[in-house]
Design a protein around this ligand. Structure first.
Ligand code: CO
Length: 136
């Protein structure tokens, strides 16, 4: 198990990218921005050494990130661990009675499979597990 990324909720993605770029001495090629319409967010991925920082800005008022920002403000939204056997992690969480945010493991195209564990069953922090699919 490895720390894959830390997801941070922000109101203004461009501003947050600028702040992180200054703090970390990033070049434009170090930041990868994409929109995820299914989750109503715009994401800036900052590639670090094996662990990414993922800045997330809501693109709509009914985005889950809008809800988070309204309730908790800017800050760490979730952490994500990368595993080599997500089915085993899922089974283990279910066996312990941990609440997950989906009824099954989800996948993003053919890139990776993932699921989230509710903060109440993960030491107060929304926790994502993910496994890249072979070849990605
Ligand atoms: Co994530």
């Amino acid at each position: 198990m490895q720390l894959d990324h830390i997801g941070i909720a922000v109101n203004d993605l461009d501003c947050a990218v600028e702040v992180f770029s200054l703090m970390l001495g990033l070049k434009p090629g170090d930041v990868f921005i994409r929109e995820v319409p299914a989750e109503k967010v715009r994401i800036a991925e900052i590639e670090m050494d094996g662990t990414n920082v993922e800045l997330m800005e809501p693109t709509s008022e009914d985005s889950p990130i809008s809800g988070f920002l309204a309730k908790r403000g800017h800050g760490v939204h979730h952490i994500c661990f990368r595993t080599g056997d997500i089915d085993a992690v899922w089974a283990d969480m279910k066996a312990r009675g941990a609440r997950t945010l989906s009824d099954d493991i989800r996948s993003v195209g053919r890139a990776y499979r993932y699921f989230f564990v509710h903060p109440k069953d993960a030491a107060g922090i929304l926790t994502e597990f993910k496994q890249p699919i072979e070849g990605h």
